[in-house]
Ligand binder design. Structure first.
Ligand code: 3NM
Length: 208
């Protein structure tokens, strides 16, 4: 099983506060110690994503942070990312594995226990599970699954689970208590007044 960090940063450059710069916020978080990042910029075409992915690859290499690309296996290969993160509309993990090879990471988004089992059977290395709480970042996603469902999934899973959706420093201990191996966040890190302080707070609250 890969040795994964307890915090997984997911990007959405559109959520960066107006007075800040996306790559500078990312660099602050990487310098603070974020060890795994998913570039998730779903509105960009492959041609638009590539130059951004190359810039993020340079930064993640500088700070020894693992970088996964959301959905786009082609772009992940093009920038020599550490892996891909697959959603419900992506190619299945079995096919992704054939394309990117045995040494890359495959993450999969899941929303119920059946999806966790399916992702596991298909060779994903880890899953995100959510949305655990209400999240402004993905309001269209529907009702939160809640801590109880997360806990049930954590009791039955055989690969690492990251709780995702509405994770804040104050609910982080509950997510840990439910059995999650880690927490995944967009706004909790990217939109914080001080992203680096926020990262340290999450770390402290998760690894209590
Ligand atoms: N996927 P925040 S919830 C991208 O449940 C995403 O699969 C989800 O954003 C899922 O940390 C979500 O700002 C948004 O709540 C997470």
């Amino acid at each position: 099983m890969p040795d994964l960090p307890s915090i997984y940063l997911i990007t959405d450059r559109k959520q960066i506060p107006q007075d800040k710069h996306f790559l500078r916020v990312l660099e602050e978080l990487l310098a603070a110690g974020v060890g795994m990042l998913q570039l998730r910029e779903k509105d960009l075409s492959a041609a638009e994503l590539l130059p951004l992915a190359l810039q993020v690859r340079r930064l993640t290499n500088k700070y020894s942070c693992r970088m996964l690309i959301n959905d786009r296996i082609d772009v992940a290969l093009a920038v020599d990312a550490d892996g891909v993160h697959l959603g419900g509309h992506s190619l299945p993990p079995t096919i992704a594995r054939m394309l990117i090879g045995p040494d890359k990471l495959i993450g999969a988004s899941t929303h119920n226990i059946d999806e966790v089992f399916a992702a596991t059977d298909q060779g994903a290395d880890f899953v995100t599970f959510g949305p655990v709480f209400h999240t402004p970042s993905k309001a269209a996603y529907g009702e939160p699954v809640g801590l109880e469902k997360l806990q049930q999934a954590c009791h039955q899973k055989t690969i690492p689970i990251y709780g995702l959706g509405g994770i804040k420093p104050e609910n982080t201990p509950d997510v840990k208590q439910a059995g999650a191996d880690g927490i995944a966040m967009i706004s909790g890190l990217l939109c914080a007044d001080s992203p680096s302080s926020s990262y340290h707070q999450f770390l402290k609250n998760f690894d209590f």
